[in-house]
Design a protein around this ligand. Structure first.
Ligand SMILES: C[S@@+](CC[C@H](N)C(=O)[O-])C[C@H]1O[C@@H](n2cnc3c(N)ncnc32)[C@H](O)[C@@H]1O
Length: 257
């Protein structure tokens, strides 16, 4: 198949559609996250870490909203990092690191300077890690922030007080998602990866990726509710932690250094 990396926005677009099939309100959560960043920096361009940032969706939106922002995308997926690099060029620092390894911060360019990030944002990613690792990661992220800096995690965080309604909402969302796939409105997760693997410039990266992620089921057996995350953030030493956004089974929790 023809390589489209000279048009990286095309891959960004198809990644966005594929992700929106799972999260139709994905842009709302990004806006809520960046509103909180703007409040903390008083609208100054932030130094922002896009953690497990994939194609750099948060970084692109940060740069669009705050021209002059310094963004760093960290991930370990060679396909998504290649798309991020092609899209962001010299507008971002790209870091290849495994968040499962507590040494990930040593790979950050700032790690030696003592300057912390104004904001660390992550979306739809930390549920790939076991809960014990997420707790430890929260403390490591805090150390990467400047005093007063903000951390936000948007992810699957089911509402434990509404099990029946949540399950019905989830069923409805699944039916709509399947209709989107059937109509071609968006590609499914496996179909998207098959397209990427068929692209001349991404094929080699897709082989590398299969070694990093041999299984495609990234949901842990237990998805902690937002209350668990807020408690874990307080235990990790943040001065404030709480919910800033909810949409269906997903939520965003924020914490201040
Ligand atoms: C569903 S994608 C979300 C990407 C991006 N945040 C977005 O919203 O478009 C989940 C991302 O988490 C990354 N990820 C999962 N586990 C990771 C780990 N241990 N270290 C680094 N990145 C990880 C994956 O590589 C993938 O890019």
């Amino acid at each position: 198949m023809t390589a489209y990396l000279n048009h990286p926005s095309v891959w960004q677009e198809s990644w966005d559609r594929q992700q929106e099939a799972f999260m139709p309100d994905r842009e709302h959560r990004f806006t809520a996250m960046l509103d909180a960043v703007a409040a903390v920096t008083e609208d100054r361009p932030p130094r922002l870490l896009d953690l497990a940032g994939g194609t750099g969706a948060i970084s692109l939106r940060t740069l669009a909203r705050f021209p002059g922002a310094h963004v760093t995308v960290l991930d370990q997926d060679p396909v998504l990092l290649t798309i991020a690099e092609s899209s962001l060029h010299d507008r971002a620092t790209i870091v290849d690191a495994d968040l499962g390894d507590p040494g990930w911060r040593a790979k950050l360019p700032q790690s030696g300077t003592g300057d912390g990030f104004d904001a660390v944002l992550t979306a739809t990613a930390l549920h790939w890690l076991p809960a014990e690792r997420v707790s430890a990661l929260y403390a490591e992220i805090r150390d990467a922030l400047r005093p007063g800096g903000i951390f936000i995690n948007a992810d699957h965080m089911p509402e434990e007080t509404l099990p029946t309604l949540s399950s019905k909402l989830q069923d409805q969302a699944r039916i709509k998602r399947e209709a989107r796939y059937a109509s071609g409105a968006s590609t499914s997760w496996p179909a998207w990866w098959a397209l990427a693997a068929a692209d001349d410039q991404l094929a080699e990266k897709a082989v590398e990726r299969a070694r990093i992620y041999p299984a495609e089921d990234h949901n842990q057996e237990w998805l902690p509710p937002a209350t668990w995350h807020i408690e874990a953030l307080r235990t990790a030493g943040y001065s404030e932690a709480g919910l800033i956004w909810r949409g269906g089974k997903d939520a965003a929790v924020a914490a201040l250094h």
